[in-house]
Write a protein that binds this ligand. Structure first.
Ligand code: ATP
Ligand code: PAF
Ligand code: BAL
Length: 337
């Protein structure tokens, strides 16, 4: 056990988003999922559930839906699990605060941990099995033992990756392990669910599956927001009232860009940046419009005219003590007259 494994459950903090847990997960009262904490037990539980599903429906191709999370679950995670439940025979979720993807020790140490409440939420949505390993179980000997890890390449070095060096290598390493641990034997198949909120993570993980030939179907789930428009995030629980209010500027700036795109107008990216930067208590990190697949920033020559193809606006800002991200798909303007 490392000291971080011993971080106790913090008192579940209700997400200060205007949403109660019941609002986010109205399917109250489900059975708690089976909890596994070792790789061997998790693999065995998935194999058993797949075997049972195959026996119940001979001739049907069984599928496993995996929902990787870092816990402190909210309505965004519930949406992932709900979609996984509706598309698969067996649903597994992982809860693991992955040290490899944190550069900032305080961010790792203060990351909210609420295992008991998480199991209730996952049970309510109908998840079958949860994998919640210790750091020692996932990375024996960490941090001293060297491990073979995955590089996210150039796509992992820009935007979020520029602010959090090594972050996407850590994400790719742990997700590759989680895919290996939950991969059912053929002909059963694996789907894995990620939120559109972490747009760069989603794009990088699609490349991970493609470039390393992992037989997994990566599925995107739309962003779940508070009634005021703030993208739900586990880190929101660390914001005070003023921070929660200030953070709404991210959604406002993205909405203005989306409205311009929908109306077929030229995007005023600079005005959106200034709007975020002018909000007291918010320090803008970046606000850019990028290609949806490659995440390459659109140059001035593409931004001085209505969008020719769908693009993505990405924003990141510090709202102390946390760093928040949000994004919006910007639709291409209709065919030119
Ligand atoms: N508001 C949301 N809507 C849709 N998906 C979400 C939302 N928030 C998180 N997710 C997705 O849930 C999965 C697990 O994310 P994670 O456990 O890091 O939660 P988080 O709320 O994003 O936490 P963080 O504070 O680290 O941003 C990721 O695929 C993430 O994109
Ligand atoms: C995908 C993930 C669970 C890997 O640790 C994490 O990056 C997250 O919660 O988005
Ligand atoms: N939600 C992405 C994981 C992270 O911020 O570390």
């Amino acid at each position: 056990m490392t000291p971080l494994d011993r971080v106790p459950d913090r008192t579940p903090v209700p997400p200060r988003t205007g949403l109660t847990l019941e609002d986010q997960v109205p399917e109250a009262g489900g059975t708690r999922p089976r909890l596994t904490t070792t790789k061997a037990d998790f693999r065995a539980a998935v194999a058993e559930l797949v075997g049972r599903a195959a026996a119940e429906d001979p001739g049907e191709e069984v599928s496993v839906g995996l929902v990787p999370t870092m816990g402190a679950l909210h309505g965004g995670h519930a949406a992932l699990a709900r979609q996984a439940r509706s598309e698969n025979d067996v649903v597994a979720a992982s809860i693991f605060v992955n040290p490899l993807q944190f550069g900032d020790r305080a961010d790792l140490e203060y990351y909210p941990r609420t295992l008991e409440a998480d199991l209730d939420l996952l049970g309510a949505v109908g998840v079958d099995v949860v994998f919640a390993p210790s750091v020692e179980e996932m990375y024996p000997g960490h941090p001293d033992a060297p491990i073979v890890s995955v590089s996210a390449g150039r796509m992992g070095e820009v935007l979020e990756g520029a602010s959090r060096p090594g972050h996407f290598d850590g994400v790719c390493t742990v997700v590759a392990k989680l895919w290996n641990l939950s991969m059912p034997p053929a002909p059963a198949m694996l789907r894995s669910y990620f939120g559109q909120k972490d747009a760069q993570q989603l794009a990088v993980l699609r490349r991970l599956a493609h470039d390393l030939d992992v037989a997994v179907d990566v599925r995107a789930v739309p962003i779940v927001r508070s009634p005021e428009g703030l993208a739900l995030s586990s880190r929101n629980t660390r914001l005070d009232e003023a921070g929660l209010h200030a953070a709404l500027v991210l959604n406002r700036a993205l909405t203005r860009l989306e409205e311009a795109a929908v109306a077929g107008r030229v995007l005023d990216v600079q005005a959106a940046r200034e709007e975020v930067a002018a909000e007291p208590g918010v320090t803008l990190d970046h606000l850019v419009v990028v290609d949806r697949e490659t995440l390459e920033e659109l140059g001035a020559e593409l931004l001085c005219q209505p969008l020719r193809r769908d693009a993505l606006a990405l924003v990141a800002a510090h709202v102390p003590p946390v760093r928040l991200i949000d994004n919006r798909v910007l639709p291409a303007a209709g065919p030119l007259p």
